[in-house]
Write a new protein. Structure first.
Length: 135
């Protein structure tokens, strides 16, 4: 699937604005062809096949759901070495104080973050994710 550069830049901007980082899977990562249960990879899986069936472990599920589980697993492996991660990075258990957000948040940024793309995923290096950070 082709993702426009404009969309990636917007996602990087929004993610950076909210204090996160954007992880983009390599275009060659076999998320649909990999079994999310045992990790077996199929050599071919045409788009017309909408149900993934693993010959190794017998897992049967929707192709897109299988791909989503593989991508979620990839991100978990990627961020595992960077420290503790939470489902809600902004802290769901904390409430905004009655006096407001402390005056640091505004409706428009003082300085627009600049997206920086680290070199990464390619067919030759075998990396699965690239990290888009803002500074």
């Amino acid at each position: 699937m082709f993702v426009s550069l404009h969309l990636v830049r917007q996602l990087a901007y929004k993610t950076g604005w909210h204090g996160g980082r954007l992880l983009v899977a390599s275009r060659w990562f076999p998320s649909s062809k990999t079994c999310s249960s045992c990790g077996a990879v199929k050599t071919k899986l045409p788009l017309r096949v909408r149900t993934y069936v693993c010959e190794g472990c017998g897992l049967t599920m929707d192709r897109d759901h299988n791909a989503a589980r593989n991508l979620a697993s990839l991100v978990e492996r990627m961020v595992a070495g960077s420290g503790p991660e939470t489902i809600n990075g902004r802290g769901a258990d904390r409430k905004t104080p009655p006096g407001g957000a402390g005056g640091r948040e505004t409706s428009t940024p003082h300085r627009a973050p600049v997206a920086r793309i680290r070199r990464g995923p390619s067919r030759t290096t075998g990396e699965s994710l690239r990290i888009l950070e803002t500074q």
